[in-house]
Design a binder for this molecule. Structure first.
Ligand code: SER
Length: 597
């Protein structure tokens, strides 16, 4: 691969837009980070997202060939931020054909852009194409076009839907088979190493999606009236590859902010792994916060929806900045550096600079108070702790008395090698809910769209999924090994010895969505452990429940011991989707899933 040591983010954006503009594409601005007409997601997650109506057939005012660089936010992997590649904000360079050109033009242009514009060595490229299944045929056509371009047969991999199908962005909508492009780093993990392998040898840099299908709420695919192309290339990742760097943080996008952070903290980026990780978390979270607050539909920290995600990012950045010894007010200075870096491309940031800084400073003041009182309590309880688990009651006290979000307690515990008994935390939380004023209760039941509701619904969905897994995998010994819920997703660990097949994943999804569609009332009964067992309830039957346990019944589908909190009807949950299935540890699988309204 030819390494271009000097390429900058500005040059890469320009290369992309110029290439497609000279092939008849209208350059359109990035849409807002906050989706305008889509209540199913909190943030714009891909370039195609704001274009869904046009992919479905509506006429776009700028024509049938479009290109842009879109601001995107994905917070599903927030715990991973700090490594070389994860960012919660990123820019996606994209181009679209709305019923105009199709596979031939797109693949030829992809090859040309990669090998001529970016000077990537064709011998280092590998591609994947769709293997075919009951929903759509094998994509021999794309493979043939790649061969004609010069990609050797043994560098073209046919892969199934799990790898080579993109979309819909939400639950329903346009989607289709894709062909993905990879850099082969020359370090295969074995003979069978392929782009489907997660050993890291193949780095995906571009995705051409052939959006010919529409998925409906029942999971059926119908052919769209127009054949679209939707492609996306991550700016940060491509820049890092072209520069021959190991990490996206080693690009021009971050270097001024790193210098500022070094100055504010008196520490050196790269001096050791911990400082580097802490700095990356701050850089990532502040950059994302700058774009969220500074957006044309900008948001502010709050306890609901997008505002809650922003609050979490800011509070995490504040905590990490304190670890590095950055004085209060330092984060807004880093924010200013990002505004400076991006303002020529995203002019809304300059306009909103004062607002960005004020919101960050205010949140810092609020959170500092919370932290200083809570930290003492946290240290105290760690001092008394016998064993390695903080009780649910103690975690709830931190939340209730000191305003410590549960995610923060979990993270601080993890840093000390401790765990938090989340099940008991939820139990305390539920008891607290029951005791709270009737008015608040009514509001809660009425569907107050706040974090409480989001996590409660995800927790309820966990019960449905637990039962569905046992049923689909035809194995009653399959059971919960761990659970972690944030406002955006559930995470569920369970014992099972192999990866789930694509069909099993889809069966679990369908089964959960059917249980939701059944609109079953959720009932809670108190009984003894013995009664619970003989009633067929699932759950952990160990001592820690005490004599009486709560059993939650969801129609005829699920009966499980739990402390709550739960929705009152399965119909309230929205649409359930599994976003990831992976190994957690030996013999334990991990699923991440979301609910969208
Ligand atoms: N929508 C596809 C993606 O996000 C291509 O842009 O990868």
């Amino acid at each position: 691969m030819t390494i271009d040591k000097n390429i900058t983010s500005e040059e890469l954006r320009k290369k992309w837009l110029d290439f497609f503009a000279s092939r008849g594409h209208a350059v359109i601005p990035s849409a807002s980070l906050i989706p305008e007409n889509d209540p199913t997601v909190l943030f714009t997650t891909a370039g195609m997202h704001p274009l869904v109506p046009y992919l479905l057939g509506q006429k776009h005012p700028s024509g049938t060939r479009l290109t842009n660089v879109q601001k995107c936010v994905r917070t599903g992997d927030i715990d991973e931020v700090g490594d070389d590649s994860h960012c919660t904000f990123f820019e996606m360079m994209g181009n679209w054909s709305l019923g105009d050109y199709f596979k031939k033009e797109m693949i030829e242009w992809s090859y040309e852009f990669l090998t001529k514009e970016l000077s990537l060595d064709p011998k280092k490229l590998a591609v994947s194409v769709f293997l075919g299944d009951k929903d759509a045929p094998k994509d021999n056509e794309s493979a043939e076009i790649w061969k004609k371009c010069g990609i050797k047969k043994d560098r073209i991999y046919f892969l199934p839907k799990a790898n080579n199908w993109w979309g819909p962005a939400g639950v329903t909508g346009p989607c289709g088979p894709d062909t993905e492009m990879f850099i082969d780093k020359g370090n295969p993990c074995g003979k069978k190493c392929s782009p489907a392998c997660d050993c890291g040898n193949y780095l995906e840099i571009w995705n051409d999606v052939f959006m010919q299908y529409c998925k409906d709420a029942e999971g059926k695919f119908s052919v769209l009236k127009q054949q679209n192309v939707d492609t996306g290339m991550g700016l940060e990742r491509t820049l890092c590859t072209l520069l021959g760097k190991k990490s996206v943080y080693d690009t021009d996008l971050f270097c001024d902010a790193i210098a500022k952070l070094e100055q504010l903290s008196g520490q050196k980026y790269g001096q050791d792994n911990e400082v580097t990780k802490n700095m990356r978390v701050i850089l990532d979270h502040i950059r994302t916060s700058v774009f969220m607050i500074g957006d044309t539909s900008g948001i502010v920290p709050s306890n609901t929806d997008q505002g809650y995600i922003l609050r979490r990012l800011l509070r995490r950045a504040i905590r990490f900045s304190q670890k590095l010894g950055v004085q209060a007010g330092g984060l807004s200075q880093i924010a200013k550096v990002f505004v400076q870096k991006y303002q020529a491309v995203y002019e809304e940031l300059k306009k909103n600079q004062d607002k960005i800084c004020t919101e960050i400073d205010n949140e810092e003041t609020k959170f500092e108070h919370t932290l200083s009182t809570g930290q003492k309590e946290f240290d105290k309880l760690c001092g008394y702790l016998v064993g390695d688990t903080i009780s649910g009651k103690a975690a709830f006290k931190l939340y209730d008395t000191y305003g410590y979000p549960i995610e923060l307690t979990v993270e601080m515990a993890r840093e000390k090698g401790l765990q938090v008994n989340l099940e008991d935390y939820h139990k305390c939380y539920a008891e607290h809910q029951q005791k709270s004023a009737a008015g608040a209760e009514a509001k809660f039941k009425g569907g107050l769209a706040d974090n409480t509701e989001a996590t409660t619904h995800l927790h309820t969905a966990t019960h449905l999924m637990h039962k569905a897994l046992k049923t689909v995998l035809k194995d009653d010994t399959v059971g919960q090994k761990g659970s972690n819920i944030t406002a955006e997703r559930l995470r569920f660990d369970f014992n099972f010895s192999r990866p789930l097949t694509e069909q099993e994943i889809s069966q679990v999804e369908t089964m959960v969505n059917q249980a939701i569609a059944a609109k079953a009332d959720i009932e809670c009964k108190e009984m003894t452990v013995e009664q619970a067992k003989s009633s067929g309830a699932i759950g952990l039957f160990d001592q820690k429940y005490g004599e009486k346990v709560k059993v939650y019944t969801m129609g005829a589908f699920s009966k499980e011991i739990c402390g709550g909190p739960h929705a009152s009807n399965t119909g309230d949950l929205g649409v359930f989707k599994i976003t990831k299935e992976q190994s957690s540890s030996a013999g334990v699988r991990r699923i991440k899933a979301t609910l969208t309204k």
